[in-house]
Design a binder for this molecule. Structure first.
Ligand code: MV4
Length: 584
């Protein structure tokens, strides 16, 4: 068994891995950026090393420093968590060459699955098929026109080296082909640094269903069942559940077998996820994620298998101590992602800042995984996941009710969170009746009226901000919770998760700015919508900034003419960097 595991990650997943190591008697080594010096994962680990730096690139993605710490710490294994180095075959190879175990799949499997075309070929080789499409790259619009006329429209154009839906373009008919190819290539280049693209028939209303697999290095591979991740917005999952509901058992079984076949076919070991789209009784292979995923706890809750424990055992060379027949799916589990984003009116604006109060829910069937404590700050430099609320119930309706009960108990103050949107999803008829699809949150769910503050912050007579406070009062021996609107400086707030934080988007559309548009946070420019000389109105989109895993439209603050465009697609920008200048 491994004896000293370095966790090359931060936040809730680092905490998750450290806990599993402790239970197995494995010494843990944490790493931390300048901003995470006092984080929960650092406090829980047996030892911790400074990476230095603040941005992800300077810290958790600093290969040289990470390898140095691995050597210095005496680690015999490295758990990459998700994101950062988790699907980096070069990193896995580098540490393997140092004699350190990468707690994940072999680098060859990471490589095959990282390239979407070879991933598709690897699946086809074992008789598992994706949405009808081609494994050839698109070099000529005619290929798309021919494919569309023989298979029908719409057609999806995808980035060969992409993933997560970025760079995917939907072509509704022949006249859209050329523009779609151009824009898909441009986006693929901006996101992934390569512009190869291919195509598939586009499914309009699919569910996103994935299968958790676990393989040891002795030839055993099992499925831990399915998860449905259809409740998502712009490829950011909001709520996941296990098992995938409303799909006939025989199809779920076939999907599980297909996932095992794909994993075995690429000599996979450790934990992995095979993604499928499901529509009209058919499922189609999408891709394989060669890492532990954010939503792994729901599979743990319905199988009783501790996935991180198994990852550590498998990486240590142990055989799985159970087979497929031992896996039984019991009850239903739901994960609610709590992100520091303001979902008001469906906008989901990143909302970094200090968490002034955090109190996790508890009780039967309730689990809360977080890397933060009250007083910690959600930094603009990292993923804005605050925590994951996971509940188990003996059936789906029970799990939904438990999730709503636990969300009501959860207190997060200081930053806006996705909680109001999560509640709207759980309470929606479509979600409860299981008629939703991957399009539903964006196109079917009404988020107008959803506010970050429960009720909008208003102003007092003297213009002072008023905030909602809940004050417990006792009347005739009975306790009541009284909601009051008071100036922010008055009294202390009773638990309320509903505080509004300043939205950190670009300038608003109200006018009154100076025409100097700067990046509100560090990120990557993934779209430039204007050129010098264009006329714009306040509120018009200027550039699209990807930051904290979100696309943010940066808009004009005044009416005028574009005088300067200081960035191009693919550019990395820091907070405060000039993007665009507008002359009034
Ligand atoms: C598709 C599709 C429909 N038809 N491919 C987006 C994520 C990336 N992994 C693949 N994605 C999709 N591929 C075809 N041929 C619809 C999606 C899709 C989606 C898939 C999974 C989860 C959420 C999604 C949201 C929008 C689109």
């Amino acid at each position: 068994m491994l004896s000293n595991v370095l966790v090359a990650n931060r936040g809730e997943i680092a905490v998750r891995v450290i806990r599993a190591c402790k239970e197995l008697g494995i010494t843990t080594t944490a790493v931390y950026s300048e901003l995470d010096r006092n984080s929960l994962h650092v406090r829980l680990a047996d030892q911790a090393y400074a990476l230095g730096g603040q941005t992800a690139a300077e810290s958790y993605l600093n290969t040289e420093r990470m390898l140095e710490i691995i050597t210095e710490s005496g680690a015999d294994g490295v758990h990459p968590g998700y994101g950062f180095f988790s699907e980096n075959a070069d990193f896995a190879r580098a540490i393997t060459e140092m004699g350190v175990t990468f707690i994940g799949p072999p680098p060859e499997a990471i490589e095959v699955m990282g390239d979407k075309i070879s991933a598709r070929e690897a699946a086809e080789k074992v008789g598992v098929f994706g949405v009808p499409g081609t494994t050839e790259l698109i070099t000529d619009p005619k290929q798309v026109l021919d494919f569309g006329s023989s298979h029908g429209w719409p057609v999806a154009i995808k980035a060969a080296y992409g993933g997560g839906g970025r760079g995917m373009k939907v072509v509704q008919g022949p006249d859209e082909v050329e523009a779609a190819i151009e824009s898909a290539q441009r986006e693929a280049l901006a996101y992934f640094g390569r512009d190869e693209i291919y195509m598939e028939r586009f499914l309009s209303n699919p569910r996103h269903v994935e299968v958790q697999v676990l393989a040891d290095s002795h030839g055993t591979c099992v499925s831990l069942g399915t998860r449905d991740c259809s409740a998502q917005r712009r490829h950011q999952k909001l709520i996941e559940e296990a098992p995938a509901p409303g799909i006939p058992q025989e199809i779920l079984d076939k999907m599980s077998q297909a996932a095992i076949d794909v994993a075995v076919g690429c000599d996979y070991t450790n934990a992995g996820t095979v993604e499928f789209l499901y529509e009209d009784g058919e499922f189609y292979y999408l891709e394989m994620n060669t890492r532990l995923q954010v939503e792994h706890p729901v599979s743990e809750l319905v199988t009783g298998v501790d996935l991180v424990e198994q990852q550590l055992r498998v990486a240590s060379g142990e055989e799985l101590s159970f087979g497929q027949d031992d896996i039984e799916i019991r009850g239903h589990a739901i994960e609610i992602r709590i992100n520091a984003e303001d979902p008001a009116e469906g906008a989901f604006l990143p909302s970094p800042g200090p968490i002034t109060a955090l109190s996790a829910p508890d009780g039967f069937g309730t689990r809360f995984d977080t890397g933060y404590s009250s007083g910690d700050e959600i930094s603009q430099f990292y993923d804005n996941l605050i925590g994951k609320l996971c509940v188990w119930g003996h059936d789906r309706p029970t799990a939904i009710r438990r999730a709503l009960r636990a969300l009501d108990e959860l207190v997060i103050e200081g930053v806006a969170t996705t909680i109001p949107a999560d509640i709207a999803i759980l309470e929606a008829e479509e979600f409860q009746a299981n008629t939703h699809s991957t399009n539903w949150v964006e196109n079917g769910l009404d988020l107008t009226g959803v506010t970050s503050s429960g009720s909008p912050a208003t102003s007092g007579e003297d213009g002072e901000e008023l905030v909602e406070k809940h004050v417990p009062v006792e009347v005739n021996g009975r306790k009541y919770d009284v909601k009051m609107w008071v100036p922010e400086t008055v009294g202390s707030a009773a638990p309320s998760r509903k505080k509004r934080s300043a939205a950190s988007s670009g300038s608003g559309g109200g006018g009154g700015g100076n025409g100097v548009i700067e990046a509100p946070m560090q990120g990557t420019i993934v779209g430039v919508k204007v050129a010098v000389g264009d006329t714009v109105s306040a509120g018009d989109d200027l550039v699209v900034l990807e930051a904290m895993k979100m696309e943010n439209a940066i808009t004009a603050d005044i009416d005028g003419t574009i005088a300067e465009v200081a960035v191009e697609e693919g550019a990395s920008v820091g907070s405060g960097d000039l993007l665009v200048k507008i002359d009034a």
